[in-house]
Design a protein around this ligand. Sequence first.
Ligand SMILES: Nc1ncnc2c1ncn2[C@@H]1O[C@H](COP(=O)(O)OP(=O)(O)OP(=O)(O)O)[C@@H](O)[C@H]1O
Length: 273
Amino acid sequence: MIEPILEVKGVSKDFVTRRSLLGGVRDVVHAVRDVSLTVQAGTTVAVVGESGSGKSTLGRCITALDAATSGTIHLAGHDVSRLSGSSLMAFRRTVQTIFQDPYSSLNPRRRVGDAIMDGMNIHRLYTPAERHERMISLLERVGLNADHARRYPHQFSGGQRQRISIARALALTPSFIVADEAVSALDVSIKAQVLDLMADIQAEHRLTYLFISHDLGVVRHFADRVLIMSGGRLIEEGPTDQIFEHPREEYTQRLIDAVPRPNPDRRRFRARG
Ligand SMILES: Nc1ncnc2c1ncn2[C@@H]1O[C@H](COP(=O)(O)OP(=O)(O)OP(=O)(O)O)[C@@H](O)[C@H]1O
């Protein structure tokens, strides 16, 4: 059954960057301007656009890491502007973000097993023995093993660290994951493996992905729908094939034209219906 998990209506986000000492003039950056969109549960929606077009800011507003200046966001049954106390805790469980650089999001002084269990501890999920068991099975699910639990982040490769980030996100049984340039820093073959893992996990848990990326080659193979942002606005959206084959906007065509020629590695990415 088709049901929206995310509804964004008229969302804008301004940043006030500085005040002039003389005259109190404010510099305002309109990072996101009047964006409305809907995402269906269980799908992957990519947000694409040039650097500075507002992709990450939109993701941060949707996940309540930044407060929108105006507009409304409903995600996974929550009104994002009204989160507090127990509703904020519940929201933090169900909505997870995987960032580009897991090295900065994983505490270098914490063993990865403990990092994976942190969320379960904070949210008081399961007994201590169950948390440990679950942490091991999550490590195995993402292609690592029980011995890895005692190691520190610097002892892993970039692709392995991203697998740890995925395990940590999954520990809280989320329904919505924002992947903000989550595979952008990885070599092409490692990127394909992590994307395949993300696709498998999506099918197993009926996850919804908001996939923020400047890599249109990846987006074409991974996303069901694509949103194009420019200057903070959502200027075009549609099913992935339509966006790539019949873009309406010249800006979209330019982004597509800038994609390097397909290489054989990309064929390994799962074809999406
Ligand atoms: N905390 C902040 N304070 C002031 N300005 C900000 C802040 N965060 C983002 N901006 C500005 O908002 C605009 C949108 O930034 P954002 O990071 O959302 O773009 P992006 O499309 O994700 O870019 P990139 O692909 O480079 O990550 C940019 O002009 C940026 O400089």
